[in-house]
Design a protein around this ligand. Structure first.
Ligand SMILES: [Zn+2]
Length: 255
């Protein structure tokens, strides 16, 4: 997701898994962030009231148009689609991506129950942001399908968030732009970026302390940071990596 929106704190992405560690019930398992998942309509704020139902439908049409355009044009989204399919995980944007209104604290998510990516149509309005969210959430979908991911296990959640941040958000260029990356500590900067993003993503969907989230990220960091499937190279923004990753997809068996 474009940094501020889909991956940052607190308007974050991710898995609908706001879990109270002591009581893991259906109802308190994160779906409160995605009211439409429960068959309810999101209670609109003042803006929605003024716009009426029209606002909802305009958001939905725009969101679906952006999703469709990403599936057609974005090298990263196309690579993820190919990776999912060639791993035996079906993917059809009409079945596996849903545009919905969400709580304003999230901009996207992955619902493992329905195996669907949620794009928060009330929060996300640009195609670039939709591309970021789609790619991020499709990495969760890939992990859920291939790596037997258990979203109730905080270490598993930390691992897939590390992978999503690593493969998409944290770029050398963004650290460079912040003015504090020298060519000598790029690697360290990148790792710090991934850790920060992953901790924020875990905390966005879990009722746990920052310490608990950090501990989980540290426990699994090395293993998950070095696992570059299915994109194969870390994507730097404003570089050709996106295109290269897509061009190389057949080498990894994703067609
Ligand atoms: Zn995530």
């Amino acid at each position: 997701m474009v940094e501020s929106q889909a991956s940052g704190v607190p308007s974050n992405d991710t898995t609908p898994a706001k879990e109270n560690l002591s009581s893991v019930g259906e109802d308190n398992y994160g779906y409160d962030l995605y009211p439409e998942r429960k068959g309810e309509q999101y209670k609109p704020g003042w803006k929605k009231v003024l716009l009426g139902q029209a606002g909802y439908h305009i958001d939905k049409v725009k969101c679906e148009r952006n999703v469709y355009s990403c599936a057609k044009n974005s090298p990263l989204v196309k690579l993820m689609m190919a990776a999912l399919r060639s791993s035996g995980c079906s993917f059809d944007i009409r079945r596996h991506v849903a545009c919905e209104d969400c709580e304003p604290t999230v901009s996207g998510g992955y619902d493992p129950k329905l195996n669907q990516v949620v794009i928060c149509q009330n929060m996300v309005h640009s195609e670039g942001t939709v591309q970021g969210i789609l790619t991020h959430e499709m990495i969760h979908m890939f992990d859920y399908c291939n790596n037997k991911l258990d979203f109730k296990n905080v270490d598993h959640l930390a691992c897939t968030e590390i992978r999503a941040a690593n493969l998409t958000h944290c770029s050398f260029l963004s650290a460079w732009a912040q003015g504090d990356a020298s060519p000598f500590d790029v690697k360290k900067r990148h790792q710090e970026c991934v850790k920060t993003k992953a901790v924020a993503s875990v905390m966005a969907v879990r009722n746990i302390s920052a310490k608990e989230a950090c501990d989980a990220v540290e426990r699994v960091f090395n293993r998950c940071y070095n696992d570059l499937e299915p994109i194969g190279r870390r994507i730097r923004r404003n570089s050709y990596d996106m295109q290269k990753a897509y061009m190389e997809a057949p080498l990894y068996g994703y067609e």
